[in-house]
Write a protein that binds this ligand. Structure first.
Ligand SMILES: Nc1ncnc2c1ncn2[C@@H]1O[C@H](COP(=O)(O)OP(=O)(O)O)[C@@H](O)[C@H]1O
Ligand SMILES: [Mg+2]
Length: 374
């Protein structure tokens, strides 16, 4: 058996300091500081960076002083420009798309670059109450002291208004329609009345909202037209080309592997490309060369899932294999990602395996590994 290279592990004191997942403004503090240092363009009130610098932070680039800004979003520049420009006006931003198209990811990085704080976050669910968008009360204080500002517990949105920052609302269309309506007056009047204290919170310049919504949830709690009018909608597409998608997966796997202390070269490009190709072929319902029509499984097979298939493979390989991802390492999570419905998806997968994978000679290892899973 080949010896397993031992992944570098951080010293104990370093590990004590670390958090599992730093916020974007922490993880990319160096890049944000370098951008702020060279950024001489006009900044909207309270923005930490100019719109140009925010876009550069998202799409990557090399600064005049040689600092390399890593790309966070891979895709069309125009989409990010429209998103940033909208936030610089008083229109809120709605990022719409199928699952795994980087809506949450882009919204976090936008908030980090614009306000230096991506944590003013409301997670939308069917049970999100109005207090999550407005304010609640600390009941112990309320009972002891009566209503007072000290007893009021502001929502992330209210805190963003008061500090002139960007608030994030995840999965807006899962929030019940009557709760969503609380946003209408807030976005148009830019004030939040607090009748209990006979006062109001007025938004400071710099305040805005980034919401995300999944278009698979269409019809759940569609945005009212009144609310829609207050948002600029930017649809984030699935990656256009195989190359683009491979690049997204490769770069995310590299950074996730390093935070998991896996060896640097654990995921060879060829293996990443193969996983992405399987995903794209099943998703689009035809092989890369357009010769064979395929059935698509029920799962979305998003880029995000391709990333997690490769990361799972990398982890298996680093700990139980030879430290380089191979077909055996990805097979189990690949099949797991495709087969979500044990009956219908299994048929789709078997057909793909027997008609496409088997016929590709250079994929013999993958065919065997998937067959062996039974
Ligand atoms: N076009 C893209 N550019 C960069 N990363 C992407 C892209 N598409 C997907 N990803 C990656 O997919 C992962 C999941 O994205 P996420 O924001 O959670 O998806 P969503 O909120 O749209 O469901 C993130 O790690 C992100 O890096
Ligand atoms: Mg999301």
């Amino acid at each position: 058996m080949t010896p397993t290279p031992s992944p570098a592990s951080p010293t104990t004191s370093e590990a004590d300091e670390q958090v599992l997942r730093p916020h974007a403004e922490q993880a990319f503090a160096d890049e944000l500081a370098a951008l702020a240092a060279v950024d001489e363009r006009p900044r909207p009130p309270r923005w930490h960076l100019s719109p140009w610098a925010v876009t550069t932070y998202l799409l990557g680039g090399t600064l005049d002083d040689g600092t390399v800004i890593t790309p966070k979003y891979v895709g069309r520049r125009r989409l990010m420009e429209v998103a940033v420009a909208s936030l610089a006006t008083d229109r809120a931003l709605l990022l719409l798309g199928v699952p795994g198209t980087a809506k949450t990811w882009v919204s976090e990085h936008l908030a980090a670059a614009i306000s230096g704080d991506s944590t003013l976050l409301v997670q939308g669910t069917a049970g999100t109450p109005e207090e999550s968008l407005r304010y609640g009360w600390n009941y112990a204080r309320l009972l002891a002291e009566g209503p007072s500002r000290a007893a009021l517990v502001p929502s992330p949105v209210m805190r963003a208004m008061e500090s002139g920052s960007v608030a994030r609302i995840e999965e807006l269309t899962r929030i019940p329609a009557d709760v969503q309506d609380a946003l209408i007056s807030l976005l148009s009047e830019k004030t939040m009345p607090v009748p209990e204290l006979d006062t109001e919170a007025q938004a400071r310049p710099g305040f805005n909202v980034i919401a995300t919504a999944n278009n698979r949830d269409k019809g759940v709690n569609d945005l009212s037209s009144a609310l829609q009018r207050r948002f600029t909608t930017v649809v984030l597409p699935l990656p256009d080309s195989l190359e683009e998608e491979v690049e997204i997966v490769r770069s995310r796997v590299a950074s996730l592997s390093s935070s998991l202390a896996l060896p640097e070269d654990v995921a060879p490009l060829a293996e990443v490309a193969r996983v992405v190709q399987v995903f794209r072929e099943l998703r689009s319902g035809s092989t890369d060369d357009q010769r064979t029509a395929l059935k698509s499984p029920s799962a979305t097979l998003s880029t995000a899932e391709a990333i997690s298939v490769v990361v799972n493979g990398a982890t298996l390989s680093a700990h139980f294999g030879d430290g380089r991802v191979n077909a055996e390492d990805v097979a189990a999570s690949l099949v797991g990602a495709v087969v979500k419905d044990p009956v219908a998806d299994r048929v789709v997968w078997q057909e793909y395996l027997e008609t496409v994978v088997r016929d590709r000679h250079e994929w013999a290892d993958l065919y065997r590994a998937c067959r062996d899973l039974g």
